[in-house]
Design a binder for this molecule. Structure first.
Ligand code: ATP
Ligand code: MG
Ligand code: MG
Length: 568
């Protein structure tokens, strides 16, 4: 179980079980199918499914599909897919609030008969205006005291389509002067002449989310209804319905929404990004959606670890994006196969390359797929006369802390030889560096003694144990044994830590960062590779590489190698 942090919700459940309030707990994950799931939903999924798993209970997947205007079948499919991808299973417990429309309707009749609900002819706008404020009580509707018979008749007319949208609503009759605005005669049903994705044209009246939510929980006998803090003030209303209808009582527990810097966590705002084509779609790898993160190469283990590390809070807070990247990095470090990828190629000619040895073992280089995990295998690459390194690994006038290649300096080509830069060639017109001339030292071939199927590295100059001390080891690639691949470099979607700070309703589109597409050489591994890696190298598959993650893995490799050297 990934969910190991103790938290206050867990304590509540533990107590309820100890007191024998329940013998079995049931939680639910209740998305509205009006968009793709984002990282905040992942947290809610981990919490609901994780807690049920921990206490041997179960979790229902329930679509809160009460608003036909914004809901779509494709969202339902993507949500199911994302929950499954995270590794959770609702088994046969898949429900839709729309399955309960009949029951909710009967309960509405019951409320009317009890004198707890009435049909209001006021417009939605007037209802909003007369709700009052935190300081001022609301004003009773002139239709509040209709008789039960009249209300039943009017509600029936609403249901059979006699009225236009907005002409009438059904409201609960609670208290227009309640300190909690949600209790000031909330709307229960509105008229919408819309086709619903599930119930099609059966209904022209639809329950409000607040009227459907608590009762849906009750129907499913949810013991612990876990939701975000904004529903705290709705809880008295949900309780009111359950009491008035004398149905199963659920216990709602609120926790703080997940907010992450540089991310926007609102389906409505993400939809704007999609609709206005700031991103390609909901699953664009720059999106904070589960499907976007999946395409970006994030693993479910990393996402679950993040949700676990973040924990459960009672107060709104902001989690740094770096924590998410750390979780991804830690997971990738264990799993990702390391290939050489040169993103900005710089050509090197090895001037003392011995063409007569070109096809000999001596220029066969064994590269490990993971510096620390031999089980992940190895691959053979070729040391060639013309090779490429990354432009960032060379500085003509090296800065103080730059230890990689520079004129007259020696570095190691990883898994291969040490090379020394003797000459820098520039384009006559542009003065850009276009090539380096280097010599290699044949006595410095790396030997991975642990590799069994590698022949003894004996070159023309004798045994190859001369491990020269150099300050840096860099990636490289032979010209003929590389492979051009498309890299999609994704950075954060927004450049500002809090893209939502400038107002609740707008996101500053200026802050979106661009996607870079580069075509650069890549080292191909011939055998079939583990699919579970961040970088999939395949002629047909476009590679999605998060540079930040790649850089970080590079750093980790350096550390791993240093440690190995120390150990050896
Ligand atoms: P959005 O504003 O993005 O549409 P929502 O809360 O309206 O979010 P729902 O589909 O209703 O989206 O959410 C399903 C569940 O996920 C709810 O229980 C909700 O509380 C939870 N959830 C949504 N966003 C977050 C978040 N940022 N952190 C934690 N839980 C969240
Ligand atoms: Mg919601
Ligand atoms: Mg919403």
């Amino acid at each position: 179980n990934m969910f190991t942090n103790t938290n206050f919700i867990q304590q509540i459940i533990e107590e309820d079980l100890k007191k024998k309030k329940h013998s079995f707990i049931i939680t639910r994950f209740p998305p509205e199918p009006n968009g793709y799931l984002h990282l905040g939903h992942a947290k809610s999924i981990c919490l609901n499914f994780g807690l049920a798993e921990k206490f041997g209970g179960r979790t229902n997947l329930r679509f809160d599909d009460t608003n036909p205007i914004t809901e779509e079948i494709r969202y339902i499919e993507s949500i199911k897919n994302d929950v499954k991808w995270l590794g959770y299973n609702w088994n046969e417990h898949l429900y839709f609030a729309s399955d309960y429309f009949d029951k909710l309707y009967k309960w509405a009749l019951q409320l009317i008969k009890q004198g707890d609900a009435y049909v209001d002819d006021q417009s939605i706008e007037d209802i909003r205006k007369t709700r009052g404020t935190l300081k001022e009580p609301g004003i009773n509707s002139p239709y509040r005291n209709r008789t039960v018979e009249e209300n039943l008749k009017l509600f029936e007319n609403m249901k059979i389509g006699k009225y236009k949208e907005g002409e009438r609503v059904l409201r609960a009759k609670i208290d227009m002067s309640s300190g909690n605005i949600n209790l000031r005669d909330p709307v229960l049903y509105r008229i919408m002449h819309k086709i619903h994705p599930k119930t099609q044209n059966k209904w022209v009246i639809y329950p409000m989310y607040d009227y459907a939510h608590g009762q849906s929980d009750s129907i499913e006998k949810i013991t612990h209804s876990i939701c975000t803090l904004e529903f705290e003030t709705h809880r008295p209303l949900y309780d009111w319905f359950q009491e008035k209808l004398k149905i199963f009582k659920t216990r709602q527990i609120e926790f703080a929404r997940l907010n992450v810097t540089y991310m926007v966590m609102s389906k409505r705002k993400l939809l704007t990004l999609v609709n206005e084509k700031w991103v390609n779609d909901w699953d664009d790898p720059r999106m904070p959606t589960i499907s976007g993160m999946r395409r970006r190469g994030y693993t479910k283990e990393a996402i679950k670890d993040f949700c676990n590390k973040v924990g459960v809070a009672k107060r709104e807070n902001m989690i740094p994006f770096e924590l998410l990247e750390l979780c991804v990095r830690e997971d990738m470090d264990k799993k990702a196969i390391r290939l050489f990828a040169i993103v900005k190629p710089l050509k090197i000619i090895i001037t003392n390359y011995d063409q007569t040895l070109e096809n000999s073992d001596f220029y066969d280089i064994i590269a490990l797929n993971h510096p620390k995990n031999k089980e992940m295998g190895q691959r053979k690459i070729k040391f060639e006369k013309e090779i490429y390194i990354d432009q960032d690994d060379f500085q003509e006038k090296p800065e103080e802390n730059f230890h990689r290649l520079a004129p007259n300096r020696t570095v190691r080509l990883r898994y291969a030889f040490c090379i020394t830069c003797n000459e820098v060639i520039k384009d006559e017109n542009t003065k850009q560096i276009i090539e380096l001339r280097c010599t290699y030292d044949p006595t410095t071939k790396s030997s991975h003694v642990s590799m069994d199927n590698v022949s003894n590295h004996t070159g023309p100059t004798g045994p190859t144990e001369n491990i020269q001390k150099v300050k840096a080891t860099i990636h490289w690639m032979g010209k003929n044994n590389s492979h051009v691949s498309e890299f999609r470099m994704y950075d954060k979607l927004f450049t500002k830590p809090n893209p939502e700070s400038d107002g609740d309703d707008n996101i500053d589109m200026e802050m979106l960062t661009e996607q870079n597409v580069l075509n650069t050489p890549i080292d191909v591994k011939k055998e079939k590779m583990n699919n579970n890696v961040s970088i999939q190298m395949n002629n047909n598959i476009k590679s999605n590489v998060n540079t930040k993650v790649v850089d970080a893995l590079d750093e980790l490799d350096k550390k791993n190698e240093e440690e190995e050297e120390e150990e050896g």
